[in-house]
Every structure is written in structure tokens, then in C-alpha cells.
Design a protein around this ligand. Structure first.
Ligand code: URA
Length: 231
């Protein structure tokens, strides 16, 4: 990869700025001052520094966000706050988008990335990535067998088999491998009940980090990214 492309991809410098920085001798590759902006570099192996600061190369970014209530799972919205607004200014320069959707009033684990290929794979119904939600419902939770076997929701769609773990009269965890519009709300409605609180607590075997407050985010660890790649 060209040195100036590396610098612009990592959002370190624009190509024009990179040219200037090379002329000023501010860029080093493995400790040697770079002679030209089109120098060929290997981002995986070479250590590239600008004014002595080593630039990390991550082709893509992977973020865990604890989504608060009232935010829409989108990268833009005219009428409501949207999740990417919760990221740092630095991160907002990248085209990060949510991997899957949560309703405006659903809270909890949301993954954002700019790796379109990985997102596509993770979301593909073929791959059955498990999503675990904690919920509370208005009436005592009954008809669990029906929920687990599949119920008819909007458009006559029969939901896929899922797991429900009852925690008390009015609360449970549900594990889905699909994500239809308002799925859990609709499923509870189909068994004569109503969701009063919904939180995603795990996605593809990655649990929501309990140290993240609502609205806070952090980068996924290598181990967590690996779980997504293995899907
Ligand atoms: N099911 C819902 O009803 N809402 C969500 O946000 C996710 C799953």
C-alpha cells in the first residue's frame, strides 16, 4: 500500500497533508525518514510514525455500545437522536454503522463497525448468530412452550424456535437467532402479554460489558472480534 494511502485510510493525514509531511521529513518508516509519499509500505509489518507518533493500523473498527433509551439504530435521523452520535468526534469520521437494529426504546448491547463484509455475514439468517435479551412483561409470563416453538407475528410469519429462561413471574431471558421487526414485542403480544422493558445482553456470544454505562462505548477486544469472525 502507498504510504499516503495508509495515512489517509487511518485518518491520520489527508493525501495533501501527507505529501507536505514527507517533504518536511516528519514521517518515518521503520525509523528511516520517508523519501516520497508513494513509498510502498506494508501496514501489517512496517512501523510508520508521524512526528515520532507511531500510527496503529486497524483496517476496520469494531465498537461495543450500551445503547440508551430514545436513540434510533441509525447513522442519521432528522427527528430523534441516533446511536453514532454517542461516539467520539474522532470515531464519527469513520462510516460506522450498527450491526442489526434495536428499537428506539430497547437498551443494551449494540455493535457498530465499518466492516461491511463482517456485518453482512453476522446478520445473515444462514449463520444463526444468537442474540440474548432480558425482558420484563406486563402480565405473568405464560405459554413459554408456544414462544419457544414459534408464534405467528406480523404478516403471518412463524418465528423460529428459540429459548426462553423464566427468571420470575414477569421477567425472562430470550435467545433468538433471527431479528424480525419488533420481534420480541410481537412475540409477547402473540401470547397475550406486553413487553415493558427490553435489553439486549449478549450478541454472538459477546456479553454486554457491565462496566459500560448506558450511552458509553468501547472498542471490542481481539477475542470478541474473533467471535464475530468465527460466525
Ligand atoms: N425485539 C424487539 O421487539 N425489539 C428489539 O429492539 C429487538 C428485538
Amino acid at each position: 500500500m502507498r504510504l499516503d494511502k495508509f495515512l489517509s485510510e487511518t485518518k491520520t493525514l489527508t493525501r495533501t497533508e501527507a505529501s507536505k509531511a514527507v517533504k518536511q521529513g516528519r514521517i518515518t518508516v521503520n525509523g528511516t525518514v520517508a523519501s516520497k509519499p508513494n513509498l510502498s509500505v506494508d501496514p501489517e509489518k512496517d512501523e510508520i510514525a508521524v512526528s515520532g507518533r507511531v500510527i496503529e493500523y486497524n483496517k476496520y473498527r469494531y465498537i461495543m455500545l450500551n445503547k440508551p433509551e430514545g436513540y434510533v439504530s441509525a447513522t442519521d435521523d432528522k427527528s430523534a437522536p441516533f446511536v453514532t452520535q454517542l461516539l467520539s468526534e474522532e470515531l464519527q469520521k469513520f462510516e460506522l454503522f450498527p450491526v442489526g437494529r434495536l428499537d428506539k426504546y430497547t437498551v443494551g448491547l449494540m455493535i457498530l463497525t465499518d466492516d461491511g463484509q463482517l456485518a453482512h455475514r453476522v446478520l445473515s439468517p444462514k449463520h444463526h448468530a444468537e442474540k440474548v435479551y432480558y425482558f420484563r412483561c406486563e402480565k405473568p409470563l405464560e405459554r413459554i412452550d408456544e414462544l419457544e416453538a414459534g408464534v405467528h407475528i406480523e404478516g403471518g410469519y412463524l418465528t423460529k424456535p428459540c429459548k426462553v429462561k423464566k427468571l420470575s413471574e414477569n421477567e425472562a431471558e430470550i435467545t433468538l437467532t433471527e431479528g424480525k421487526y419488533h420481534q420480541i414485542k410481537q412475540m409477547l403480544y402473540a401470547v397475550g402479554n406486553k413487553i415493558t422493558y427490553l435489553e439486549r445482553i449478549s450478541f454472538a456470544d459477546i456479553p454486554l460489558d457491565p462496566t459500560l454505562e448506558r450511552g458509553e462505548w468501547r472498542f471490542l477486544t481481539e477475542n470478541e472480534i474473533e467471535k464475530l469472525r468465527r460466525i
